[in-house]
Write a protein that binds this ligand. Structure first.
Ligand code: PLP
Length: 371
């Protein structure tokens, strides 16, 4: 019997060299890290070993370790928030550990009891809570990572693995208010495809997206709007899910729509939360909430008829990211934003709904007090 991951076995070694803390206005996403990290080794036949919290430090690994050659790597991204009573909260961490296990299964890395990992992350947050910046927009970004650590160049399932968690204090994604982005509708490169791994948070999915992003940047666009197939289905934007809002000119009915989870779409926690909140809170007499296929041609057509209302990306880092323009062939499709706020009205509403839950301003089962 292999040992399950168990938080009760945790050992803690505290740093003797605490880092200085940056003032809030100097925080850069993912650039600085807290004093401690969590590591847990796994070995085939033995199972999960002792979880350790120890000072943030380098790894020493054999150059033939399989993670360096065959991309046995996956990660998660979630945040801890300090509420106004000083409690530390996590937003739907059960969704992240569930997704992490699905990623692990896909590349033959070991799975684990997600609730045990959440407890261990809670212990890490307890130790490093003074690094969690306070205030709306501020949080501690948590990066769980799982790598294969087998040594050798044979391509086979890793008999050793390492799960680790590092954390980074972060500020608001848009420090000077929302800045809507210009997208390049991209059919010269494909992010994900049927039967592939686009629905899993594998490191291998991200490096190939940088060259297309550089191509977009050369043409003056910040992100790729990833299209798929002959039909030019809209899938995701950059490393976020994407939502469009349409309004039928004849009936006045509005629709919020995002691509269905068909294996090519990353199963975003923010995406799922937005769908749930919209289904629960938008008036069904006025709105429909849809996961369905839609194409750049549909968006182009609706824009030309004045039926495109707004569009935004969604993900943990920014929550929502408003879109103002989409470059598509020789046409620049204008996406409306509220002139004053530089964001669509529903996009703004959703951002507020989610922040209220993340910061514990409204009680909700999605927000868990961990420390
Ligand atoms: C992480 C990620 C998302 C967003 O997921 P969240 O759980 O909402 O942060 C969307 N698309 C891609 C490709 C991602 O990697």
């Amino acid at each position: 019997m292999s040992a399950p991951l168990s938080a009760s076995k945790l050992t803690i070694t505290k740093t003797t060299n605490p880092k200085p803390k940056l003032p809030n206005d100097q925080l850069v996403f993912g650039a600085t890290f807290t004093d401690h990290m969590l590591t847990i080794e796994w070995e085939d036949g033995i199972g999960w070993k002792t979880p350790e919290i120890k000072p943030y430090q380098n790894f020493s690994m054999d150059p033939a370790t399989c993670v360096f050659h065959y991309a046995f790597e996956l990660f998660e991204g979630l945040k801890a928030y300090k509420d106004k009573n000083g409690n530390v909260r996590m937003f739907r961490p059960d969704k992240n550990v569930e997704r992490m296990n699905k990623s692990a299964e896909r590349i033959a890395l070991p799975t684990f009891d997600g609730e045990e990992l959440i407890k261990l992350i809670g212990e890490l947050l307890k130790l490093d809570h003074s690094f969690i910046p306070e205030g709306r927009g501020y949080s501690l970004y948590i990066r769980p990572t799982l790598i294969g650590t087998d040594v050798g160049l044979g391509v086979h399932f890793p008999k050793k693995a390492l799960l680790y968690v590092i954390t980074s204090p972060v500020g608001p994604y848009y420090s000077t208010g929302f800045k809507p982005v210009r997208l390049l509708a991209t059919d010269f490169a494909t992010r994900a495809w049927p039967g592939g791994v686009g629905n899993r948070k594998l490191g291998a999915n991200y490096a190939p997206c940088i060259v297309p992003q550089i191509e977009a940047a050369k043409k003056g666009y910040q992100q790729n709007l990833w299209l798929f197939g002959e039909e030019k289905f809209i899938t995701e934007v950059g490393t976020m899910n994407v939502f469009f809002v349409f309004k039928d000119a004849a009936s006045g009915k509005k629709e919020i729509v995002t691509a269905p989870l068909d294996g090519t779409i990353l199963e975003g926690v923010t995406r799922d939360s937005i769908l749930d909140l919209c289904r629960e809170r938008l008036d069904p007499a006025e709105w429909t909430v849809n996961e369905r296929y839609f194409t750049i041609f549909e968006v182009e057509d609706k824009a030309s008829k004045g039926e495109l209302v707004e569009a935004f990306g969604s993900g943990t880092a920014a929550v929502v990211s408003p879109i103002c323009e989409i470059g598509w062939r020789d046409n620049d499709i204008k996406v409306p934003v509220n002139e004053k706020t530089q964001i669509g009205d529903l996009t703004q509403q959703i951002a507020t709904w989610i922040a209220e839950l993340q910061y514990g301003e409204k009680d909700h089962e999605w927000s868990r007090v961990v420390v």
